[in-house]
Design a protein around this ligand. Structure first.
Ligand SMILES: Cc1cc2nc3c(=O)[nH]c(=O)nc-3n(C[C@H](O)[C@H](O)[C@H](O)COP(=O)(O)O)c2cc1C
Length: 262
């Protein structure tokens, strides 16, 4: 099997899943198109892929699952026996049922999983007082991602039919995370009303006029607004999130390494 084109599909609010799949695509060494599912308009975009494409599909792990926003947007893809490389990117704690969930969702849509991987990205709740996998994927991760791409290419070259791929995880999946509606706060003294928080929000939960307002019910806690705020005005004050960040820092700071399933 020789794919003619890669479709790089990702939901990536803080950019780590995107960086990871770009490195994988470089390793595969075939030209690629981006299918970015991160922005609000992706909620209604449809994409069809053929059997000569190779899809590389990535999403972050939220509470050991694929975030619901990503699931709904991935469901707008249509495949025709399209081989797929499935990637879960997690913040150095655990990926639990995310990869098996991604495999189940994509196989329903007509993809055939040819390889899977779990890579590590800087945790969304990483902050200066509570570092968790800061700066990842780093150089070493990206080299491993590229090498994984090389291995995928070699596996595909030797295949006529794609056998069933085994990935870790349990069914039924873990219960999704939840809790009370919450969103980051904005410090009015340092906010310059540039609108970056609104532009990077995957669910259009933020509006900026002469103040910044956030629809808490629509906030997925992805933290893209915090990480992209040019003045540091956007930040978390929610006690539950701050507690989780401290817990993750204390218990999940030891470096984990990417895992691949071929
Ligand atoms: C609501 C939420 C839940 C998360 N749950 C997990 C988790 O269960 N395990 C983990 O290791 N990381 C978890 N993370 C961290 C993200 O998986 C990680 O930061 C990932 O790199 C983000 O991907 P992105 O940069 O492509 O958005 C969570 C992040 C958020 C915002």
């Amino acid at each position: 099997m020789e794919p003619t084109r890669i479709k790089l599909v990702y939901y990536s609010p803080t950019g780590t899943s995107k960086k990871t799949v770009e490195a994988i695509a470089k390793g595969i060494g075939v030209d690629y198109d981006h299918v970015d599912l991160t922005r609000p308009d992706a909620a209604t975009m449809k994409h069809s892929m053929s059997s000569t494409d190779l899809a590389v599909i990535a999403a972050p792990v939220y509470s050991g699952r694929i975030p619901l926003t990503a699931v709904n947007r991935i469901k707008n893809l249509k495949a025709d026996g399209t081989p797929a490389v499935l990637v879960a990117v997690y913040g150095n704690r655990a990926f639990e049922d995310a990869l098996i969930e991604l495999k189940d969702i994509t196989s329903e849509l007509g993809f055939k999983a040819v390889a899977g991987a779990a890579f590590i990205g800087e945790h969304s709740f990483d902050a200066s007082g509570t570092p968790i996998a800061t700066g990842r994927p780093d150089k070493m991760d990206l080299e491993k991602a590229k090498e994984f791409g090389v291995q995928v290419k070699a596996k595909l070259a030797g295949l006529v039919e794609i056998p069933e791929l085994e990935v870790p995880g349990n069914r039924p999946y873990r219960k999704r995370g939840g809790g009370d509606p919450r969103s980051p706060e904005t410090d009015p003294d340092s906010c310059i009303l540039c609108g970056m928080c609104a532009r990077v929000c995957p669910t259009a939960a933020v509006t900026v006029s002469d103040i910044v307002e956030t629809e808490k019910e629509d906030c997925t806690a992805c933290t893209a607004c915090v990480k992209n705020c040019p003045t540091g005005a956007r930040h978390w004050e929610h006690e539950g999130i701050l507690k989780v960040a401290a817990w993750l820092h204390e218990n999940y700071s030891a470096r984990r390494e990417p895992e691949i399933f071929l």
